[in-house]
Design a protein around this ligand. Structure first.
Ligand code: DGL
Length: 269
């Protein structure tokens, strides 16, 4: 296979990264994609840096074994905790989700008050606040860890009117509201599904889905390195998981916005 037609590798701890794939399919429809969801070890968000680095290392090695030309870390937790180390270890372009979303927020916020919600590990890493402050030193960043959100989303509890998810979110979003943020980064790739509930609870606040901004960075990177697939045919997607492929196939549709057809292969990494 020539360099340009090699696939793009995308990974997450499980289903969340499929929200990023949804955007990739819109913007890069001719690229081939290999997706790995580490469903045997999800969630990453409550784990230590050392463990997340080890998991990310295994995930990237798996993707490299499939000859990928670039890696997209479609997981805020792995990106914020492990990307610097992964860039040292692997000689492949690695695109994350944190920096593009932070850049977008720093560029768009008018009152310079920016909220960030994410997993415990993402918030603990301070990665969003670091990138935002580097671009906008005067910005006030309010970051809130939201460990209950991923399990709720995975259970299909993400629609406006669901009293459980609304009450959990009301609690998590209170400090963001109190800080008067005009922009909120949804710093977990599970959270685009919560967009409508969050919009209802924080009317007028600009919501930035992490992962959506990273597609643009990926496009620019492929262009810069002359790695765009010249094919005019729709690209293929192959799905791999480390556990429960049936559950992934069943629930993945909510995240990627279309039915997951074709085989989801279980692998041991
Ligand atoms: N989707 C992952 C992220 O963007 C989090 C899920 C997890 O905790 O594993 O951070």
């Amino acid at each position: 296979m020539d360099n340009k037609s090699r696939p793009i590798g995308v990974f997450d701890s499980g289903l969340g990264g499929l929200t990023v794939v949804k955007k990739l399919l819109e913007h890069l429809p001719n690229e081939n994609i290999i997706y790995f969801g580490d469903t045997a070890r999800v969630p990453y968000g409550d784990r230590s840096r050392e463990t997340i680095v080890r998991y990310a290392d295994g995930d990237i090695r798996f993707l490299l074994g499939h000859g990928v030309k670039a890696v997209c870390i479609a997981c805020n937790t792995a990106d914020s905790m492990a990307r610097t180390e992964m860039e040292k270890r692997f000689d492949v372009p690695i695109i994350g989700v944190v920096e593009p979303a932070a850049r977008m927020a720093a560029g768009l916020s008018e009152n310079r008050k920016i909220g960030v919600i994410g997993t415990k590990a993402t918030v603990k890493s301070g990665a969003y606040a670091r990138v935002i402050r580097a671009l906008a030193p005067e910005a006030e960043v309010t970051s809130v860890p939201c460990p209950l959100l991923c399990p709720l989303v995975e259970e299909g509890r993400f629609l406006p009117g669901d009293e459980v998810v609304e009450s959990v979110l009301r609690d998590y979003l209170a400090p963001i509201k109190a800080a008067g943020a005009d922009t909120l980064i949804l710093g977990c790739t599970h959270y685009p599904l919560l967009y409508d509930v969050i919009e209802k609870l924080l009317p007028g606040v600009r919501l930035i889905s992490s992962g959506f901004a990273s597609t643009e960075t990926l496009v620019k990177t492929l262009d810069r390195l002359d790695l765009r697939n010249p094919s005019k045919k729709p690209g293929s997607i192959s799905f791999y998981v480390s556990d429960a492929p049936e559950r992934f196939a069943e629930n993945g549709g909510m995240f990627i916005g279309r039915e997951i057809t074709g085989k989801v292969e279980k692998v041991t990494i």
